[in-house]
Design a protein around this ligand. Sequence first.
Ligand code: GDP
Length: 452
Amino acid sequence: MNNQDTIIALSTPQGSGAIGVIRLSGPDAIALTNSVFAGKDLEQQASHTLHFGLIKDGEQLIDEVVAGLFVAPKSYTKENVVEISCHGSNYIIQQIINLLVAKGARAAKPGEFTLRAFLNGAFDLSQAEAVADLIASNSKASHDVAMQQMRGGFATELKGLREQLIHFASMIELELDFAEEDVEFANREQLKNLVNRISVVLRRLIGSFEMGNVIKNGVPIVIAGKPNVGKSTLLNALLNEERAIVSDIAGTTRDTIEDELTIGGVVFRFIDTAGIRDTADIIEALGVERTLEKMKLAKLIIYMADASQTIAEIEEQVKGLKQLQIPYLIIVNKADLIDADRRKALESMDAVLISARDKVGIEELKVTLLEQVNLHHINTDETLVTNVRHVEALKQTENALQRVMDNVDNPVTSDFLAMDIKQALHYLGEITGTVTTDDLLENIFTKFCIGK
Ligand code: GDP
């Protein structure tokens, strides 16, 4: 990894826009820009200032631009950073980047600015990951969670606990050094106490992942039901546009239909159910492994029936759903085709009566969907884990700490104890990107000066 060079990339999306922002980071960012900039001497300007000028390739004028200066270490990457706002033409952008590359800048690799920010200690790994989540956030809830994580999130909470654990690790290492003398530096009761406290936090964080994941990736929903009951029509009504193919011929909905809908700040994601839709009978479908796997991805299954069916028929169909142990919602469609008596009969069952074609009952259905997934109480002030890598590391930490608890009262297993604590530290450290072994060694030496 070469951090001594100066990298350059377009930081706004590809394609024409009113402006494009080209970013440079590295020791020569300001000097390089200055070498093609006509207006004033950028190297003599203060940090956090904007400067109008011309970008010129020799005598040829490329564009009128505004250069924003961030002098190290007061920048995103903690290096010298220049942001050149130019007119958003692909041609201009390419010309400016080519020119600066010719002067000595290097085209940045994906994520390299944020990588540098992390390597230069601007934030920890979990915060760097949150930057990506923030950019990808598409609802209020996912934005709130990413923002919270970027500003420190649960990593801060873990850091304190981790430091206390490092202390115990050093004590136990010491015991191992003095193994002959049978001394106990690490108080076992205090250790148990700390492990318990950490475990409580770990369990809460691991438990929050289900919600965190749903917020980040959307609530996965499957719409199931026999062909021609109106599943595609409902999806269209929900999405309020004609995206899926609607047809009278049973089983024609073949294309992958995966779409997103935001209700009350929560993203609902309709997962690809072409296989399920095509299957003649949901009960039969339950026998099909592939279909089952897909159904299992859902947090909620919408089972659609036709109002011309009897209650007994509908109940017979949903019997198989119960085995899946995934919450489901029965929707009876084509309410426009039935008379008042039949409507009354259907209303007696636990189902939502709609007419997808006439868009009747859709708003009520949206409210029911929100209630069903139980997300209306989202409290994004609470720390939520949204990242699979983090939740895996948390689980590994929990396992290692469980082993610590299993061994803590056994005097002959100090080595195991030390190993398991180290593992727990390693996994906790993985979340924030800390190098565990260095930490541990440093901690021992600075506190005890054993080598003296
Ligand atoms: P799918 O196979 O379950 O996806 O069903 P489609 O959405 O393709 O709909 C099948 C047929 O039922 C189409 O002709 C729709 O126009 C019709 N349909 C859908 N919803 C309604 C409704 O609420 N009332 C009536 N009368 N027809 C509907």
